[in-house]
Design a protein around this ligand. Structure first.
Ligand SMILES: [Zn+2]
Length: 133
């Protein structure tokens, strides 16, 4: 797999980018033809979704104290059930998009919501477990 570059320099100037797969920064356009070590093991789709949403792929908010393996299994099971739900109701027909892609998108939306809610509450100095008044 080659580097998957996202531009970080202003348009009009020389291309400088970051690889969304391995995270290397300050890469010239020529790096797009070089092999990427992709130590995170992301797929091309996961890298694209991550670049668009700004949410690290496959990293929903892991509740404190929950076993990491169990969390990953639970997340994978959730995405699979979403996929079956979408398929059962034929909801992939509206956009002609495979159910597993829609399931990933919806799970990523939830992860983005969790992340941004957390950031907002931290910004206001509020506790995340406080009841909503
Ligand atoms: Zn790379």
């Amino acid at each position: 797999m080659k580097h998957s570059l996202e531009r970080t320099s202003p348009k009009g100037g020389p291309f400088i980018g970051t690889c969304t797969l391995c995270g290397k920064t300050d890469l010239p356009i020529g790096a797009a033809t070089q092999d990427c070590e992709n130590v995170r093991g992301l797929t091309q789709d996961e890298a694209v979704v991550e670049a668009i949403t700004g949410v690290p792929a496959g990293i929903a908010v892991q509740p404190p104290g929950m076993d990491a393996e169990y969390f990953k299994e639970r997340e994978a099971r959730f995405r699979k059930e979403l996929e079956h739900l979408i398929n059962r109701h034929s909801r992939e027909n509206g956009s002609d998009t495979p159910d597993f892609i829609l399931a990933e998108f919806l799970a990523d939306c939830l992860a983005a919501w969790d992340k941004n809610l957390t950031r907002r509450e931290q910004w206001y100095g509020r506790r995340l477990d406080a009841p909503i008044a």
